[in-house]
Design a protein around this ligand. Structure first.
Ligand SMILES: C[S@@+](CC[C@H](N)C(=O)[O-])C[C@H]1O[C@@H](n2cnc3c(N)ncnc32)[C@H](O)[C@@H]1O
Length: 274
């Protein structure tokens, strides 16, 4: 049984479904919504809306809210609760496959922990994703993995290259009903406005190489992309020891290198605007 499914108790009026931990502490909802900066004119997608603990405060900001929920009983409840709210649209769908907006949008959600990776992959992986920011409640351990200086996987490093991921606070099990067996985290995700498409592509190439050959000296990884002298200057300016294995260089430094390289190849600054 996955850890998130081990609950201390499961009230009988809730659907008997693992991963349902309804937010019962309004101060956590308020903090999430405030942090998201949502307001009139914004579009917010909530993934796994449950009974509307976040949907209500989100709608109160004047933002348009798309509340996605898979469980039919919760869908019916949400439709009743927000029938008189023109800014709320309840969508009965699986969060992993629901169509996402093309225009810029935010996500604010207490997501089902079992599908955290699938949802982040969906939101952050595509180069063309329109997501601008997200405020998510996730398992504490998951948040630590997402914000690690040296992520275990290439895909997390790729997300970090284009988005800032940080933990805004720890949320205790008692804030949920039923209480999960582990602490949760408020994970804050913000798109890096200063990472152009070219920089992102260069960062991906460097990161791919770093994860393919973690023990390879950094000078060789960089040397595959730029002449030796230039590689040496780049390493000096970012404080990298040239023979240091690629795996010892943090994602933020690979991003700094990609930025420098992108600037190198920029005949006209406007062409590389983010
Ligand atoms: C952790 S609960 C959070 C509920 C609510 N947002 C809250 O904070 O009280 C996760 C919610 O996601 C729903 N859910 C689970 N898997 C889903 C999926 N694949 N797609 C959409 N909703 C899902 C569950 O029914 C549940 O309502």
């Amino acid at each position: 049984m996955p850890r998130h499914a081990r609950t201390k108790h499961r009230p009988s009026h809730r659907p008997n479904h693992a991963g349902i931990h309804l937010l019962r502490d309004p101060s956590v909802s308020r903090r999430m919504v405030r942090s998201s900066g949502s307001g009139p004119g914004d579009l917010v997608v909530e993934l796994g809306a449950g009974t509307g603990a976040l949907t209500g405060p989100l709608a109160a900001t004047g933002a348009r809210v798309i509340a996605v929920e898979r469980h039919p009983r919760f869908v019916a409840l949400l439709e009743r609760r927000f029938a008189a709210e023109p800014g709320v649209r309840v969508v009965a769908a699986d969060a992993r496959t629901v169509m996402l907006p093309r225009r810029s949008f935010a996500v604010v959600a207490n997501i089902p922990y079992a599908i955290s990776t699938a949802l982040l992959r969906r939101l952050l992986d595509p180069e063309e994703t329109s997501i601008a920011r997200a405020d998510l409640l996730v398992e504490w351990g998951f948040a630590k993995r997402m914000t690690a200086t040296h992520p275990r996987d290439l895909e997390v490093a790729w997300w970090q290259a284009r988005f800032e991921l940080s933990i805004s606070g720890r949320v205790r099990p008692g804030s949920f009903d039923p209480a999960p067996s582990v602490d949760s985290a408020h994970l804050v995700i913000r798109r890096r406005a200063d990472v152009s498409r070219r920089t992102a592509r260069l960062a991906r190439r460097l990161l791919q190489e770093r994860y393919r050959s973690p023990g390879r000296p950094t000078r060789e990884v960089l040397g595959a992309h730029v002449p030796k002298k230039r590689a040496h200057r780049l390493m000096t300016s970012t404080g990298i020891d040239p023979p240091a294995p690629a795996a010892t260089v943090p994602t933020a430094t690979w991003l700094a290198l990609a930025r420098d390289l992108a600037a190198d190849h920029r005949p006209n600054r406007d062409r590389d605007a983010p």
